[in-house]
Write a protein that binds this ligand. Sequence first.
Ligand SMILES: [Zn+2]
Length: 110
Amino acid sequence: MRYPPESPAEVERWFRQRLAGLWPMALGSLSLRRSPCVRRSCHACETGEQHPSYVLYGRRNGRRASVYIPDDLAAPVRRALSNGQSLQALLYEVGQRYAQALKRERARRR
Ligand SMILES: [Zn+2]
């Protein structure tokens, strides 16, 4: 793909501007998990339905990590995941643009 003729510094400026609008960010997945509660006799647990709750799955040092997410916080976490996908796409694009800008700069110096 063709990008505008830009210098490495211009690529950096472009990247930082795009990055500024991307908070909050997260990589991982938000899942609904069913688990039993601590009550002695609970209809939901006795019928096997249990209690659904959100969990954010991610990775830390190559290991799977998870955080319980209360229902009312699922929306902002979803937004963070969406921005995380945008960041990943942005990183792929900035890599291509930066590499092209480096080559252009080197060609100009010769
Ligand atoms: Zn229960």
